[in-house]
Design a protein around this ligand. Structure first.
Ligand SMILES: Nc1nc2c(c(=O)[nH]1)N[C@H]1C(S)=C(S)[C@@H](COP(=O)(O)O)O[C@H]1N2
Ligand SMILES: [Mo]
Length: 390
């Protein structure tokens, strides 16, 4: 069966990246998770415009062709929905019941937002920039329909990596991911990256919209009591991709493979525990390690005893943030990044040389074999016949 997104809700589409299909650094667009609050708006690129207004000296409206003519920048970045993993919480938390796959890593290309803000000339009293999508509808707990809108602090809006993205993985955005243009805020939870963007409003006060201060918030304990804070930058997290929960492995070497990310940071380290957290071993980080981007990792697990095992993974960012063992209840249904156990069993059979059950382990064995052989001296003796040449 062809790999496809895993539908969590069909209308509007909320679907996951099938993590078990992840083999490489970039998530194919076709498989990249979708988080839609409302129906996808059908926008005509010929008439679509992006308006920049509010506390600016020059209110401007941009057509798509004019924007496409501006200098572009490309950023590779992991995006995760702030509610990713919600279905693993006990007690149950209201909201889309995401498994582990509301996350992906892609190449994002577009005009730095900063350029448009400079062209419009932002006023000295500006504190936030508000972004409004072309999608609108009803949220269950609200009487009036509303548009999807979110703001950013001015400093993050001016960050040269904050983009008005028109391309994802080198191709024009598709309808689900925000065609013709979306905001893209690397290092922040997906909610900040407003899709189907049509209006930018520079504000002299903080925005208090529904998706800003009613949803996507968490509590923080302070000496004055609990305070509500907004969900913004992504936090450090890892996922075990293979083996999957409930799989039966064999004795011998089993390859554990996964991903880890750390918001604005690069990942420094991933550890694996195969004994429910008593002892930890370093996994090997594979390929690139970069700010905003996830890292792939593997761990070759030598198992000599059949039985059931609880596998855990734990990532650390370059700035020293470590994945926690438990979910912080103050986070509610957001920022779910605790080390979640995966139960597997190991049967008392040895992995045979021709057992290709786990293709990755097989490939690993082949590579190791090839590398070993490349270092062996050739065991043939060349015989040179005197004067006759060969
Ligand atoms: N206009 C608009 N932008 C939006 C949303 C939305 O519903 N409408 N969902 C947000 C949320 S919560 C997430 S996680 C990301 C998901 O982006 P994706 O669907 O391209 O993966 O888009 C964000 N931008
Ligand atoms: Mo999200």
């Amino acid at each position: 069966m062809a790999e496809q997104r895993k539908i969590v809700t069909a209308t509007p589409e909320n679907s996951e990246t099938p993590l078990q299909a992840v083999r490489s650094w970039v998530t194919p667009t076709r498989l990249f998770y979708v988080r839609n609050h409302f129906a996808v708006p059908a926008l005509d690129p010929a008439t679509w415009t992006l308006t920049v207004e509010g506390r600016v000296a020059r209110r401007q409206s941009w057509g798509l062709d004019d924007l496409l003519a501006l200098p572009e920048r490309t950023v590779f970045a992991t995006v995760e929905c702030a509610g990713n993993g919600r279905s693993f919480l006990t007690p149950h938390v209201h909201g889309v019941q995401w498994g582990a796959g509301a996350v992906g890593h892609a190449e994002w290309t577009g005009v730095p937002l900063r350029l448009l803000l400079e062209r419009a000339s932002v006023g000295a009293d500006a504190v936030e920039v508000l972004f409004e999508g072309a999608d609108a509808g009803h949220e269950g707990d609200q009487p009036e329909p509303m548009a999807f809108a979110r703001s950013l602090p001015l400093a993050k809006a001016l960050d040269p990596d904050t983009l008005l993205a028109v391309r994802m993985n080198g191709e024009r955005l598709d309808a689900n991911h925000g065609f013709p243009l979306r905001l893209f805020v690397p290092g922040w939870y997906g909610v900040a990256s407003v899709k189907w963007l049509q209006r930018i409003d520079v504000l002299a006060h903080p925005f208090h919209g529904y998706f800003q201060t009613q949803k996507y918030t968490k509590q923080r304990r302070t000496p004055r009591g609990d305070e509500t804070v907004l969900v913004g930058p992504m936090v450090v997290k890892s996922e075990l991709v293979r083996p999957r929960a409930g799989e039966t492995l064999k004795l011998g070497t089993n390859r554990l493979f996964g991903v880890a990310w750390a918001g604005q940071d690069a990942v420094a380290r991933v550890e694996v525990s195969t004994d429910a957290g008593r002892t930890w071993n370093d996994a090997e980080l594979l390929g690139l390690r970069a700010p905003y981007s996830w890292s792939l990792w593997e761990y070759l697990w030598e198992v000599s005893e059949p039985g059931t095992y609880s596998l855990l993974t734990r990532a650390t960012s370059v700035s020293g943030q470590v994945q926690p063992a438990e979910h912080d209840l103050l986070n509610g249904g957001y920022e779910i990044h605790f080390s979640r156990p995966t139960e597997v069993s190991v049967a008392g059979t040895l992995r045979g040389w021709d057992d290709r059950g786990d293709v990755d382990t097989f490939l690993y064995d082949m590579n190791a074999y090839a590398e070993e052989n490349s270092r062996l001296p050739l065991d043939v003796t060349l015989e040179f016949a005197g004067g006759e040449g060969i």
